[in-house]
Write a protein that binds this ligand. Sequence first.
Ligand code: GDP
Length: 369
Amino acid sequence: TTIPAKCAGCGAKLQTERQQDRGYVPAGALNREPVICQRCFRIKNYNEASSVTLDQNEFLKLLNQVGETKSLVVHIVDIFDFEGSLIGGLSRFVGGNPIILVVNKLDLLPKLVNPNKIVNWVQAQAKELGLRAVDVVVCSAKKNTGFERVIESLERHRDGRDIYVVGATNVGKSTLINRLIRDYSDLDNELTVSQYPGTTLDLVNIPLDDGSSIIDTPGIVYEHRISELAAKKDLQTLLPQGEMKPTVFQLNEQQTVFWDAYARFDFVRGERQSFTFFNSNAISLHRTKLERADSLYEEHKGELLSPPSKEDLDKLPKWTKHAIRIPRGSAKDVFISGLGWVKVNSSSGAELIIHAPKGVKVSIRNSLI
Ligand code: GDP
């Protein structure tokens, strides 16, 4: 047989001699159609096996099993939805195993933000939420930045152990693991899919050069994130696709801002001040008077205020109200899981009401930016 010149996946020149080099394909795989190199073959397999998700209870059982092994846990979180994607109690569930917190999607934050400040903020925030991490690393799997630091951290803390990668859905776990496979996995071994005992759940095993493995676990589904409750087709609207362009509103008390028909922000009481909205650029913000807000919503939801569309709105939980008081002289974010946050830089304090679908996590935190 003649070897096609190039890998149909990545375009590398194919060769069957040197396993460690680009374009390697085992001779036995040359009759596959189309012919792709071993690395592309693994990425393809991984992509087919990696879309499994789990609810919270099943996930906790899995974590308990991880707790019985001696391993390193890599927890990927999304900087856009930090509190929403953080696995509460992870430290407890994985026993004494060390946890590395990998904070992904740094590219969504305004470019001027200093990554070290983000690391410090994450460390403080994680501690407050009861998660003890041996290291915090920020990166962008999409832009391929900060990745060397991730590898470095894995190397430093691995100590020959298996690495379990855990995370909520849509944090970029697959994107990141694809990078690991490309840059880091042992090219002598096949990517395998094993079964989580007693279930049909797939754990993807990525062999490393010292005989240990990176084990990808299913994505955990958290219904306290708007992005999880919303229609699948609106996900690309809710999740920012690139650097967020924050919107600043100078508001008087008794004014309201809608995030399309997803949620609503009422400035009930306080001195005139600015509020900075961080959300996907594809969400439209609508400002109105508080006294007009109810009727505006009734008249325009699913139309001027959309997404969600009328039909999809019916499938979302009804809104509940969250009364929030921002203390005087503090820089706080009002955080809405899966939608974004509003920075309140208040010298005089503010009373707010957030309306959001029931079950969606709404909280107040020290400002990220
Ligand atoms: P998983 O569900 O955790 O496996 O997440 P995916 O890897 O499928 O990614 C979910 C979404 O986030 C996709 O739309 C990705 O393109 C996007 N994504 C992943 N990593 C990044 C990143 O570093 N930056 C940005 N902006 N988006 C990312």
